[in-house]
Design a protein around this ligand. Structure first.
Ligand code: G3H
Ligand code: 13P
Ligand code: ZN
Length: 309
């Protein structure tokens, strides 16, 4: 099966009250761990590539690895550019075979965000590709850009209808209190579900995206802390909140940090227990298995998209 866009996935997810997992990929083991999990559970999948991932692995390598996953799994997979910063980055991914791109104009003024998004939408739609945009701004670190809590801002529901109708965008990422990275809350986690509900009322049937949605799974943070790392205060979005979001108009839930923690925790443990080993296959195998286990849990217990491919 060739790569698909997220259009049908989102329609079914919206109607079915579940969400699609959008997992960030950077290398072969991550792609294998995620796609083996989805294959076993017959789940639709979005694999997303950041600007940093393209710089690290080279977009062609990632594209070919995803082609291999398509061939191996036969799953509906959408290949998405995460946090595209410019029209040129989006165009390069569209020309390179991606089926979905995000143009992240959340740091621009409302008017400039509309202008930039509209330009990407026109090019993308001409090439059969769908577009995600963002209104409101998440805190945290993404692609070397650090957004402080003071510079972050919640999505303003009164802006969403105008934004969607003027840009023609296919899905919208909103800011309701999640953030990128492993340190999302300094006290009790809380999200602005009232904003999500208001957006859903203004845009009935329209797919919403939640970024910064890792749970920062304690098992892996503990593993990192136990085996020579140090991540005091790491905290993510509780799974209950993600389940609640998945039942609403949120159709795409972005997860990256949890994959990083699973991989790093497992490798730290491996080296602590096997100090003399130096074959990458030996320590990457358990890391890949940890990613697979983590993704299986997300698909079934959090997103509810197992069996929906
Ligand atoms: O939202 C950002 C993702 O976690 C990707 O991070 O840009 O470091 O690859 P990255
Ligand atoms: P996390 O840092 O919570 O995994 O968020 C990832 C993300 O939003 C990618 O766009
Ligand atoms: Zn993001």
């Amino acid at each position: 099966m060739p790569l698909v866009t997220s259009t049908q996935m989102f329609k079914k997810a919206y109607e079915g009250g579940y969400a699609i997992g959008a997992f960030n990929v950077n290398n072969m083991e991550i792609i294998q761990g995620i796609t083996e999990a989805a294959q076993e559970l017959n789940a639709p999948l979005i694999l997303q590539v950041s600007k940093g991932a393209r710089a690290y692995a080279n977009a062609t390598y990632l594209r070919k690895l995803v082609d291999a996953a398509l061939e191996e799994t036969g799953l509906p997979i959408c290949l998405h550019l995460d946090h595209g910063d410019t029209f040129e980055t989006c165009k390069s991914c569209i020309d390179g075979g991606f089926t979905s791109v995000m143009i992240d104009g959340s740091h621009h003024s409302f008017e400039d965000n509309i202008k930039e998004t509209k330009r990407v939408v026109q090019y993308a739609h001409d090439h059969g590709v769908v577009v995600e945009a963002e209104l409101g701004r998440l805190a945290g670190v993404e692609d070397d850009i650090s957004v402080s809590a003071e510079d972050s801002s919640y999505t303003r529901p009164e802006e969403v209808e105008e934004f969607v109708s003027k840009t023609g965008v296919d899905s919208l990422a909103i800011a309701i209190g999640t953030s990128h990275g492993a340190f999302k809350f300094t006290s009790e986690p809380s999200l602005r579900f009232d904003i999500l509900e208001e957006v859903q009322r203004k845009l009935p049937g329209f797919p919403i995206v939640l970024h910064g949605a890792s749970s920062v799974i304690p098992e892996f943070v503990q593993m990192i802390n136990e085996y020579g790392g140090s991540m005091p205060g790491a905290m993510g979005v509780p799974e209950d909140m993600l389940r609640q979001a998945a039942k609403s108009s949120v159709c795409k839930i972005n997860i990256d940090s949890d994959l990083r923690l699973a991989m790093t925790g497992t490798i730290r443990k491996y080296f602590a227990e096997n100090p003399g080993h130096f074959d990458p296959r030996q320590y990457l195998s358990p890391a890949r298995a940890a990613i697979k286990g983590l993704v299986m849990n997300k698909l079934t217990n959090v997103l509810g998209c197992d069996g929906k491919a």
